[in-house]
Design a protein around this ligand. Structure first.
Ligand SMILES: C[S@@+](CC[C@H](N)C(=O)[O-])C[C@H]1O[C@@H](n2cnc3c(N)ncnc32)[C@H](O)[C@@H]1O
Length: 289
């Protein structure tokens, strides 16, 4: 369990009378993030030398575990460039990101100018700082791109967007144990070795026929990719490398994870995307070991 030395970055979750866990909050808003379920998920993780996350997103599990090493991957280039900048630069980069959080910049016109700058600049440091600005000023913190890979989430109209300073500092400290990669999940899973544990949190399968889950990048995540992931998980488990997968509980996921041991729990979804509705859903953890 992480210590609660940064109160701004934590929330208290009461599990049983008298038992309070501190949860470190990711500094980015991220669709499908596992911040609120981190305790329930991580208690299924076995001891290991290194945690591999092929779909790291905002890193809720990375931030709430204490492994010696981490291999953290995501297909989203902007996300991984930001993590590189924060890992290597720390405080000066955080101060730079903070400059964009002013009342003048929290106006519709300013937002669309910064969004355009984000979509056109070649300066990776500026682009990374703008990614934090956009994440906190855009609608629901949704990371959505159009077919030309341009960020296109509209203005969020928040009274006073929160700058996640303590959360970024904590991420910077924890990132010293992490190697960040920007690859396809298959490539990352193929590098797993004995002594690793792999936690996979792919884009959810849709809950309804009208819902698609394509928010994070231009490319969606198909049924075939979910099947490939399940089969890779089984292959790694056969070699003695445990793999845990998160997803919605549906007939499809129960069928593709039939070789795993399954645990389910109900959660409240906060960020909705395309046809996905807010409200309670049943999640599962498929443990391949
Ligand atoms: C449900 S989110 C992960 C959330 C994360 N566990 C958290 O707590 O924030 C899924 C992530 O998978 C990434 N992703 C989508 N397709 C991918 C692929 N083919 N390979 C690697 N990452 C991918 C997305 O960019 C997104 O960040």
């Amino acid at each position: 369990m992480m210590s609660g030395h940064m109160p701004l970055a934590t929330c208290d979750i009461l599990h049983a009378p008298g038992v309070i866990f501190k949860i470190m909050k990711p500094f980015l808003k991220w669709a499908g993030n596992k911040y609120r379920q981190a305790e329930q998920i991580k208690c299924r993780f076995p001891q290991a030398r290194r945690l591999i996350e092929p779909f790291v997103g905002s890193g809720a599990l990375f931030l709430n575990t204490n492994y010696e090493h981490y291999l953290l991957n995501d297909r989203n280039t902007d996300l991984i460039n930001l993590y590189h900048a924060l890992k290597t630069e720390g405080r000066p980069f955080i101060d730079y990101c903070k400059c964009f959080f002013t009342p003048e910049n929290n106006k519709k016109d300013a937002f669309y100018l910064f969004r355009e700058l984000f979509n056109t600049t070649q300066d990776t440091r500026l682009k990374s700082a703008l990614f934090v600005y956009l994440n906190r000023h855009c609608f629901n913190g949704l990371c959505r791109y159009n077919s030309k890979n341009k960020f296109n989430t509209p203005f969020g109209k928040y009274q006073q967007p929160y700058f996640p300073e303590q959360e970024m500092l904590f991420f910077h400290q924890q990132a010293q144990k992490a190697l960040f990669k920007m690859a396809h999940f298959v490539e990352i899973m193929e590098t797993a070795q004995l002594g690793d544990v792999v936690y996979c949190d792919p884009p959810y399968v849709p809950l309804s026929k009208t819902a698609h889950f394509t928010c994070y990048s231009q490319e969606g995540f198909s049924q075939d990719q979910h099947i490939t992931l399940a089969s890779l998980a089984q292959q790694l488990a056969n070699k003695g490398i445990p793999v845990i997968i998160s997803n919605h509980q549906t007939d499809f996921t129960l069928s593709i994870y039939k070789e795993a041991s399954i645990e389910t729990f109900e959660i409240q979804r906060n960020i909705s995307c395309h046809g996905e509705k807010r409200g309670k859903t049943t999640e599962l953890l498929a443990v391949f070991s």
